[in-house]
Write a protein that binds this ligand. Sequence first.
Ligand code: GLY
Length: 370
Amino acid sequence: MSRTLPVGLEDRAYDVIVGEGLLDVAGRLIAPFQTRGRTAVVSDETVWGLYGAQLTAALASAGIKALPVVVPPGEQTKSFEGLADVSDRLLALELDRGDLITAFGGGVVGDLAGFAAAIYKRGIDFVQIPTTLLAQVDSSVGGKTAIDTPRGKNLVGAFHQPKLVLADLTVLGTLDARQMRAGYAEVIKYGLLGDRGFFEWLEVNGADVLSREPDALATAVARSIEMKAEIVAEDEREQGRRALLNLGHTFAHALEAETGFGDALLHGEAVGCGMALAFRFSAAQGLLNGQDAGRATRAIAAAGLPTTLAEVPGRTFDAAGLVAHMGQDKKAEGGKLTFILARALGEAFVAKNVDAGAVRAFLVEEGARI
Ligand code: GLY
């Protein structure tokens, strides 16, 4: 069974289809979005090795030839060099503006292929087939595409909405447990930022989601995408409410910058810790009661995600160093710090002009060096 969740963006509207076994019918679902019987499939070696033949066959059964553009796995591929390589290979395939790109992989592939699609011959259509939980519930929906530069993550990019997103729950079966937990951080984020009922459902059913019990997984992914779609439809360019999707991300980016944006701390793990810090900081500022901050922390910890600085492996942190990274965050305007804070479980808000000194003092309370 599958569910179709619309992203209501007028002339850029599209559907996200969530369900099991979608890869096998991908050809039929993608067919309306291409006219020339072919699609360039940007994927990474891991995903292509596991599922490339299956997707190729599914596309062929609908008369669509897959033209693979396979890149190395990992964040380093999301770079100017990676973009140049993918663009050159698309040109070599003589793709033109009437063709379609299929992004088939996790967040790295989606962001890279999406950005390549945004700028290739000034823009070409693309569809997303996200293969990680994080990509299904967050990065494949909403049209943010980007690459990293040595100065930071996602600093060069474009808004470019896909024509279709296929979130096949079956492919999550081969995702390792750590990547499931990292994606789950973004699932719990939706409950914490805007739906207390969903948060409470996750408190009870989170373990089933993580163990990929089919009904629980489908409910969690669909509700997450539904919330993302609703927020993106209201605020595509992040002028207001979309910023709530950055809950936990200001703390998370600082932790990731300190740990080198790599395997030591996955983005989702940093977001888990960042959300726990954001809830406790909200309580420390008198905005939220301590019980709710404790409940948020326990729900994140129950998923096996870090919730304290001490649980981030292999590092002790310096409060001033962390705050300095926050100052470089894309959300910092005029030197002020912007955070997503909470008034209650399921009630996050954008807090501008947060005092850096208060953040530093809070981080010292949390165990960071002065
Ligand atoms: N990942 C946050 C957003 O799409 O806005």
